[in-house]
Design a protein around this ligand. Sequence first.
Ligand code: ITT
Length: 215
Amino acid sequence: MSLRYVTTNEGKVREALEYLDDTVTQLDYDYPEIQAEELGPIAAHGAREAYAYAGEPVIVDDAGLFIEDLDGFPGPYSAYVEHTLGVERVGKLAREEGSLDAQFRCVIAYCDGEGFEATPEPVDRGERRGQDLAADDRASATTDEQVATGDLPVKLFTGAVPGTVVEPRGDGGFGYDPIFEHDGKTLAEMSAAEKNAISHRGRALAKFAEWYAER
Ligand code: ITT
């Protein structure tokens, strides 16, 4: 059965190829995202939307930079902040504020319309709209699809890497890589393999790949 990696971000796909075989292909679809403080529910909702769109098994990948010294900013708003403020200006904050401890986090969310055996990895069961909502609420859900996909289980795989926000260095990777330093190097100064070996995405994908091989 084929698996689609649903993302608009080719940088993510390049990294994922080290963990997933070539039956996995990118589906360049910008699924609707909800707002939440944690990446898990955002990724789970996105996986349901992506599955409804693709009609075949999907993973989505939601990631964010959480600067601990700034109460987790920009966290789930990382894409918005990259596109508005820009990565260089987030790096400048580091110069002004001194060293900023941070974490990069990633959640890989898998949905294929089926249920899951219990494993240590959590399952998001959504709002269970179809069963729990009153008839009036169900009627007001915007589409039948929302009612149909709202309670699909989604399996979540998380990964995180600690680091420090610094002024930009290096020209590899993508997004916030030039300003995220781990163990003396920014992620943009690492080769793809070096980044994968320590990164939030690499850790989440390694867990996913092991589980998926058994499925
Ligand atoms: P999709 O939602 O289509 O997958 P996106 O780029 O919008 O693509 P996210 O919402 O997960 O993806 O990304 C959050 C932000 O974090 C965005 O600005 C990315 O460029 C950035 N980002 C994600 N993974 C990263 C990584 O490994 N290194 C540096 N920046 C990363």
